[in-house]
Design a protein around this ligand. Sequence first.
Ligand code: GLN
Length: 324
Amino acid sequence: MAASHRNISSAEIRAAVEHAYEKLRDTTGGKNADYIPYLANVDPKLFGISACLPDGNVISVGDADVTFGMESVSKVPTAILAMREYGALGVLDKVGADATGLPFNSIMALLLEKDRPSSPLVNAGAIAACSLVEPVGDADGKWKAIVDNITELTGTKPEVIQELYASESATDFNNRSIAWLLKDYGRIYDDPEMSLDLYTRQCSLGTTARDLAVMAATIANDGFNPVTDKQVFDPELAPKVTSMITTVGFYERTGDWLYKSGLPAKSGVGGGVLGVMPGMFGIAAFSPPLDEAGNSVKAQLALMQIMDELGLNIFAASRLCVCG
Ligand code: GLN
């Protein structure tokens, strides 16, 4: 069949979101993260999906307003913040924008590529990104900048889930090793313990599928938040952020994910996944049980199902047209 360009209506997107929810609500599989004690005890049946369109319309089903740990999805806003402060090339130079092909917390990845921590979307690069945030040397000022940036991207001020923060801080030995290795390699740009703590705190922020969908829509919309009607970041940064999400959003499973879904997406071990369809919509799904790589099983199924029903794929030229 010849490829053709077609517009997709918000009614079609709503139907696809609702169909995915209905189809998958009783699906089981995967296991809550258990290396962070708090996450092991979250209700595994929670399931929500949200999509945010360029007109600011948010379509939500299920537990889309239930708060959960942002975890590694928080790497996306702080990568954006570092880009806002240092420029796209500054972040490329200081952190990198590469795939690792290895788990999110891999020390091996850093040993192999010690010139740079690869990407702000893996633990090493995210800790380095936290170290870059201005004002350097001022933990309170940096934390405010991190939270303010997320607030601008989602339209909602996030709060730390204190129990999660305590739980992560008590068990973050691997990440502490990464922070000090970065120091050894000259790839951390502020105090290592402070940078690690900022990273741990941002992972412990509460979020919802709805907030993540708005953040994703802001990225999909060239930095313009369609809900608050504010230009949050320079439009030129949007494809850079999306390229990072595309490259390493699912860690060692990123290629498999992209191949199956055609959607640039970023996961967190709290069970959230954020997806960016440039120019079209931001989408997020939440379900705590994870696969072995730390990606929510049901959120992946939901997003794949929605992309499939809409006939969308970021790599499918059928959605592009040469005019004139
Ligand atoms: N806070 C978690 C960690 O550093 C985040 C990991 C994730 O969501 N993939 O291990």
